[in-house]
Write a protein that binds this ligand. Structure first.
Ligand code: 6R9
Length: 646
């Protein structure tokens, strides 16, 4: 299957913005003359003061500094809204599809303008100003997008926290960037179940004394706690302010948002993105990768709590004047036909989702897909984790009826936008491969000794030069930024991913090479789950690794050593799962817990994760070098009691 090449359909080559010849020519120029290339493409957005400097970047570990369009000024919200008003004020900007199929709404660019201006004035009235950090903890409702754009309009930096995170995780992220305003809703609604967002916020705020105001959106009307003087209803405040709010003039390098993401060690890090380069890159990739044309209905199923929601539900599409669909619910509610029913209902042309959803829906059977029409679909996309060729073929043949190219887009929170991807009019597809680099992106493969590999090879994926959408720093910790991304390979951005390049120069991402695991397309640091487990009074030690999981891609496998005197039991297992769930959030729940009387360690006391990974992957016949183990008997016990036997 890996040799299958699905050629570009003729009509696609003809009507797309770029065919293969154009791709080759544009790509060449983008790497031979980045200054010239980006000077030209930077103009795709509106600048208040045009830039004269284009690229000023250094990957030197002693002085990592990334600046694009640095003397230009702009406002991101004005680019996403105001500049479209004249031509497309009455065009739908956001189609909202509620959790309940009977619930939906359409918001035009003109309406979006009014909502965002009022929202921005509400924030101003609460004292928010340029540079302030505002935390957004919201369900997938249009107000989440209004909130982000309102921040951008006044120059405040937003930090969106996924609504599935626990009060503790929320508190950590609020403290991490010193927010003094939190925007949330009374409750969220997902798959018919309520998510207690305001209650979680109240709980989190016990640990966040600096928060002065909570702006609450009424979504369900459910009963919630209220702190007079601190909490305000958005709908009340919106009526009390003017619908006029001139956009703040921002420098290209002023921060736009912080987004916390898991790393291989310790606390999640605040990935910082700035204004000009980010918007140029998000809008340009959205335009070319999805070949977005006027009038297309585009749907990305991500949550705004993740980077995909930032770049490809909100900023990229709106900067392009697109119609972007925002979905509140889940793929299998009321039934596993929901995605395809929504495609029919709103005549979706471009559909972008994650492999974990594709695998789960594939498991629900073809009939649920086949009973829908889907003839509006023209292009499919995938993001978040490697897509296995079997799921790819199902997506292509069953969902797309063999008509729609699939863009398998590889990128990261850190990259701001898509880096490796097919372009539908230019790139022959290979199921499971993210194929070729986008304009301006120079990938390379490195071995463990720091040598660059040429030709067909497998190694660690690095990017050798900057692109406008790249993160600028870890908020408040530039040293961690340098350490994490620029110290492994000198002068290169290290992605943390392993990758193979084939004889056609196509890239195949193989997954993380660090202690980050990818659970249903969500990044989880094994260290975060471990520190949650060891915080439980009965746990003495824990080691967490990933293992192959049919639906989630990777599942969470935890080896747990109990305090002496404690006995393993099914009740305790459930208690630990619930503990982590409550501590971090449902996405961090361990799938398997193995009671480990001891963990394999080196004589210097380092846990040998490589061995734990092998056992979890059920590949214990090939454990590699075990000669440095302090106590080899530990490993035999772990193998005998492994939890993942086929
Ligand atoms: C956009 C996003 C980033 C990590 C990344 C990689 C994995 C994302 C992928 C993919 C294979 C793809 N990943 N897209 N792996 N093929 N098309 O997901 O950002 O949440 O930061 O995760 O996800 O391992 O390093 P983020």
């Amino acid at each position: 299957m890996q040799d299958t090449v699905i050629p570009v359909p003729e009509d696609w080559a003809r009507r797309a913005y770029v065919d293969d010849a154009a791709y080759q020519q544009m790509y060449r120029r983008s790497v031979d003359d980045p200054e010239g290339f980006w000077a030209e493409h930077g103009k795709r957005i509106d600048w208040i003061r045009p830039y004269s400097r284009v690229k000023n970047t250094s990957y030197d570990p002693h002085d990592v500094s990334i600046k694009w369009f640095e003397d230009g000024t702009l406002n991101v919200a004005a680019n996403c809204i105001d500049r479209h008003l004249e031509e497309r004020g009455d065009q739908v900007a956001i189609i909202w599809e509620g959790d309940d199929p009977a619930d939906d709404a359409k918001i035009t660019y003109r309406e979006l303008h009014e909502k965002v201006c009022r929202f921005a004035n509400v924030l101003k009235k609460l004292g928010a100003k340029k540079g302030d950090r505002i935390t957004i903890y919201m369900p997938m409702i249009p107000e989440a997008a209004y909130a982000m754009l309102a921040c951008a309009r006044i120059g405040a930096i937003h930090s969106v926290v996924f609504g599935g995170f626990s009060p503790d995780s929320l508190a950590g992220r609020i403290q991490g960037c010193d927010s003094n305003i939190v925007i949330t809703a009374d409750e969220g609604l997902r798959g018919g179940r309520k998510v207690p967002l305001k209650a979680n916020t109240d709980e989190a705020l016990k640990k966040c004394p600096t928060v002065k105001n909570v702006v609450v959106v009424r979504r369900t009307g459910g009963d919630i706690g209220w702190e007079e003087g601190r909490d305000v209803w958005l709908h009340d405040e919106m009526q009390a302010v003017s619908a006029d709010c001139p956009p703040e003039e921002m420098n290209a390098e002023d921060p736009l948002f912080i987004l916390y993401t898991s790393g291989s060690t310790g606390q999640p890090k605040g990935v910082l993105h700035t204004s000009g380069g980010y918007l140029v890159y998000a809008s340009m990739t959205h335009h070319y990768v999805f070949d977005y044309h006027d009038g297309d209905v585009y749907w990305c199923t991500a949550d705004v709590g993740w980077v995909t929601g930032h770049s490809y539900i909100v900023y990229g599409p709106l900067a392009n004047g697109a119609t972007t669909l925002m979905f509140e619910g889940v793929p299998n509610y009321p039934t596993a036909a929901r995605f395809w029913e929504v495609c029919d209902k709103h005549k979706v042309n471009i559909f972008y989702t994650a492999p974990t959803a594709i695998r789960a829906l594939m498991g629900a059977g073809d009939d649920l897909v086949k009973k829908t029409d889907r003839s509006s679909l023209r292009l499919l996309g995938s993001v978040g984790e490697p897509i296995n060729p079997e799921a790819w073929m199902w997506y292509y043949n069953v969902v797309g009826d063999g008509r729609c190219p699939i863009v398998d887009t590889w990128w990261q929170t850190e990259t701001g936008g898509i880096l490796i991807t097919p372009l539908p009019g230019a790139t022959g597809l290979k199921p499971g491969s993210a194929t070729r680099p986008f304009f301006g992106i120079q990938p390379a493969l490195m071995d463990g000794e720091g040598n660059e590999l040429t030709g067909a090879a497998s190694g660690n994926l690095v990017i050798t030069d900057s692109w406008p959408g790249q993160m600028r720093t870890v908020y408040g910790d530039h040293e961690r930024f340098v350490q994490t991304y620029f110290s492994t390979y000198k002068g290169m951005y290290f992605t943390g991913d392993g990758c193979r390049r084939d004889e056609d120069g196509y890239y195949w991402i193989t997954g993380r090479v660090d202690d980050v695991i990818n659970v249903s397309g969500h990044r989880m640091g094994t260290a975060e789950v471990e520190s949650s487990l060891v915080a439980h009074p009965k746990v003495s030690e824990a080691a967490v690794v990933g293992y192959p999981h049919d639906i989630k891609g990777q599942g969470i496998y935890a080896y747990v050593t109990l305090m002496s005197g404690e006995t393993p039991s099914e009740d305790l297992r459930k208690e630990l799962v619930a503990w982590v769930r409550k501590d971090i959030g449902p996405i961090a729940s361990p799938d398997l817990i193995q009671w480990a009387p001891g963990l394999p360690k080196t004589r210097s006391g380092k846990i040998m994760r490589r061995i734990l990974r092998k056992i979890a992957e059920d590949e214990f016949s090939n454990l590699g070098d075990t000669s440095t183990l302090a106590d080899p008997a530990v490993v035999d016990d772990l193998i005998d009691n492994r939890q993942n036997r086929a």
